[in-house]
Design a protein around this ligand. Structure first.
Ligand code: GCU
Length: 726
């Protein structure tokens, strides 16, 4: 062999290796809709036999999308494109269509499925075996198809199915905090996916894939702009662009909503006032609503942040939240639109405990809102902290529709470098018992409308989506988008079951991977609570950027933006007394809850310093002093991140190298940041407790001054917005 041909051979080999490597590379762009080839021969053969033919009277765009998705999934996983059968011979046949279009098959469909539920059923018709996916509406057929594909993605048997499911919540909405200049407030996954400059002409494939992903988990609404809204969003120039997005989303059953600035009539309309009781203002909004619906006939409605963190609102004109919300509701009502009015308010003038203020402002208006208004309440009374008790408004307004607002973007959970699976946080809140209608009146039941059937229901998630190739910045942050959709569909689903599905759909069905990684996911949120805010501590992050620790912050724009306002550490002890001898925030909860959390004997350690100010030597259930317990949690938190990294290392080779390496690097960053949180907080609180860090714990690497002096430039999530908050 000549030297030349040998060289060529090596080159060929190299190219081949590159090609193989490329084939296995996975950027994460496909999310949980990977549709990876099923390599397990037997399963694959069984599925192929069972999915021989396809009958799909796909007339509408939505049904065509369902058909396209099914073919994409089956081709990806099984390398088959089932043929449309004219005469059915052997093998099973998939029949997909609305109940109306499949009338001749006389399938019994349970009434419970309603307009968005579906039925997947195995049936024998004239001795032939069929799998039927049916629903009352086209979009629900699409939901059925996605769920059928999930069965195959997670390697479930499909030979004898009888699955009927329907959403328990009506409005399942993502809230994007995206600005018109494409920055994303509190966004850590690149810039906004909405390319305003290129819209309406250019329809990015991302818009379609975004809609597919949402539909696959039943998300049916998208608020596409920041709650700190720019009035321009309502200008004809932008409405044309929004119309183009709406046309894409409609195919996947997703309605567009807009965050609106309450002063838009002044800023955009040239009026002198935005007073909600002013006739010209009312007319301006009614005309604007008519105009929007001319562009987007199925427009969803408005989301409003009013009289909160500097935003204008009805109070600016001496009116109430009810006046403001109802005026907008009237404008939208003829078109069946809704108003999602946020309860995230805290007064500039009233020096009361911030955690009490939303309740104080909203509770008096129970029953005063129009039928198409829903009050959007954050899960906890402060602001998406790693752990908060449930918001006292849940259950406190029985004559008002209340919707849940969770935050998917990890503003207070380590941005997109920390692996934090949020479903346990969602479940913790949803399964909390408000006792407002007696034992068992959980937050989940309140938002499902169990106590007032007539009202509309909803759940919102502040999106963690951006232009990053993998959408969410961290491959595991995709799980939070996925879990949100699943829990908005049914708030009582278990975080473990959702993680199981997500891991299988996103990575592999291999249990050697799924079991340990699921465990790691389920533990991850508690880890973060431990290294950031254990024992009920809250709001001790860096000022304004919200990046890294900042328990020393005491000079922010307002007292209740300071960390010291919340932890109240002094030489005697630490914690916020919210019992009757303190701010009495506990009084806003039902007596049972007040008694439970107000009593040190029963208050769980998790909420201890949220509700109580205790001396450093206070004896904890563990037998440790409060100080030692706090130190223990901080070290345990950072240590668990190290353990997580060791578990992940063992996953090498079980999944594609690209995502394996990315997660490995992210975990190293997370460990460094968790250690910083731990050391900064322990050293800072030690200046008050004056107690030693226990002998078994490694000493912090630097003095406190080092952590206090850390400076961070161009932190993501704060740029470009015309308004900056705490
Ligand atoms: C937090 C967040 C802000 C956001 C606000 C809101 O305070 O830091 O950026 O605007 O919540 O929910 O309105």
């Amino acid at each position: 062999m000549t030297k030349y041909s040998l060289k060529n051979k090596y080159l060929l080999l190299l190219l081949l290796l590159v090609a193989i490597n490329k084939a296995h590379a996975d950027s994460g762009y496909k999310l949980w809709l990977e549709y990876n080839k099923i390599t397990y021969q037997r399963a694959s053969a069984v599925y192929r036999q069972q999915l021989r033919y396809l009958i799909f009277p796909a007339a509408s765009d939505q049904l065509k999308a369902a058909r396209g998705e099914l073919l994409k999934g089956l081709d990806g996983m099984l390398s088959i494109l089932p043929g449309d059968a004219k005469t059915i011979t052997d093998g099973q046949t998939l029949v997909i269509g609305t109940r109306q279009s499949l009338k001749s098959l006389s399938i019994v469909v349970p009434d419970t499925i309603g307009s968005e539920g579906y039925l997947i059923k195995t049936a024998f018709i004239h001795q032939k075996k069929y799998t039927i996916i049916t629903a009352n509406t086209d979009v629900a057929v699409l939901y059925g198809v996605f769920n059928f594909l999930k069965l195959i993605q997670t390697n479930q048997p499909i030979s004898n199915l009888n699955i009927a499911d329907h959403p328990r919540i009506m409005y399942r909405v993502l809230d994007h905090w995206d600005n018109l200049n494409r920055t994303v407030e509190r966004g850590y996954a690149g810039s906004s996916i909405w390319n305003w400059h290129k819209l309406p002409g250019i329809i990015d494939q991302r818009y379609i894939d975004y809609a597919r992903a949402n539909a696959s988990v039943g998300i049916n609404g998208s608020v596409i702009n920041n709650v700190n809204a720019d009035a321009l969003i309502l200008s004809p120039q932008y409405l044309t662009k929004i119309q183009a997005l709406a046309n894409v989303f409609r195919v996947y059953g997703i309605k567009i909503y807009l965050s609106v600035k309450f002063s838009s009539p002044v800023e955009l309309g040239g009026l002198k006032t935005a007073d909600p009781l002013d006739a010209a203002v009312k007319k301006w909004w009614a005309d604007k609503a008519d105009e929007i619906y001319r562009y987007i006939p199925d427009f969803g409605g408005f989301l409003v942040k009013a009289n909160s963190e500097g935003q204008p609102g009805p109070q600016t004109y001496g009116r109430t939240h009810a006046d403001g919300a109802n005026m907008l509701a009237d404008a939208l009502a003829p078109h069946h639109g809704i108003v999602m009015w946020r309860a995230f308010v805290y007064d500039n003038n009233v020096p009361d405990d911030r955690s009490k203020q939303a309740y104080n402002e909203f509770k008096p208006f129970d029953g005063k809102f129009k039928d198409n208004v829903i009050i959007q309440v954050k899960n906890g009374p402060i602001d998406f902290q790693p752990r908060e008790p449930f918001h006292p408004l849940f259950g406190a307004m029985p004559n008002t529709a209340l919707m849940m607002e969770f935050q998917l973007t990890q503003e207070y959970l380590g941005f997109s470098t920390h692996l934090v699976y949020e479903a346990p946080l969602f479940a913790e809140c949803l399964q909390s018992d408000t006792y407002t209608q007696g034992k068992g009146s959980t937050v989940s039941r309140v938002i499902k409308g169990d106590f007032n059937k007539k009202l509309i229901t909803g759940m919102a998630g502040v999106a963690n989506i951006g232009s990053d190739l993998n959408w969410c910045g961290h491959p595991f942050a995709q799980a939070n988008w996925y879990a949100f959709g699943r829990m908005a569909w049914n708030p009582d689903q278990s975080p473990a079951a959702i993680a199981d599905d997500w891991l299988k759909m996103t990575f592999t069905n291999n249990t050697v991977f799924v079991s340990p990684v699921k465990k790691l996911m389920l533990q991850s949120r508690e880890n973060t609570v431990n290294y950031m805010t254990p024992l009920g501590l809250h709001h001790i992050m860096g000022v304004s950027t919200h990046y890294g620790p900042g328990p020393w912050v005491d000079n922010a724009g307002r007292p209740d933006w300071n960390a010291t306002y919340y932890h109240k550490a002094d030489s005697a002890g630490i914690g916020f007394n919210r019992t009757g001898t303190g701010s009495n925030a506990l009084e806003q909860y039902a007596p049972q809850v007040n008694a439970h959390w107000g009593n040190l004997q029963t208050c769980p350690d998790e909420y201890l310093l949220w509700f109580h100010h205790l001396r450093w030597t206070y004896k904890m259930r563990s037998g440790r002093s409060l100080w030692d317990e706090m130190v223990h949690h901080y070290y345990q938190g950072a240590d668990s991140v190290k353990q997580m990294g060791l578990t992940w290392d063992k996953m090498q080779g079980k999944i594609d190298a690209e995502r394996f390496t990315e997660v490995k690097q992210l975990m190293q960053t997370q460990l460094a940041e968790a250690t910083t949180w731990r050391d900064a907080c322990v050293l800072y609180f030690q200046t008050f407790s004056k107690m030693p860090i226990g002998a078994g714990y490694p000493k912090p690497a630097h003095p406190l001054s080092y952590y206090k002096d850390m400076k961070f430039y161009y932190v993501p999530g704060i740029g470009g917005n015309n308004y900056m908050t705490n």
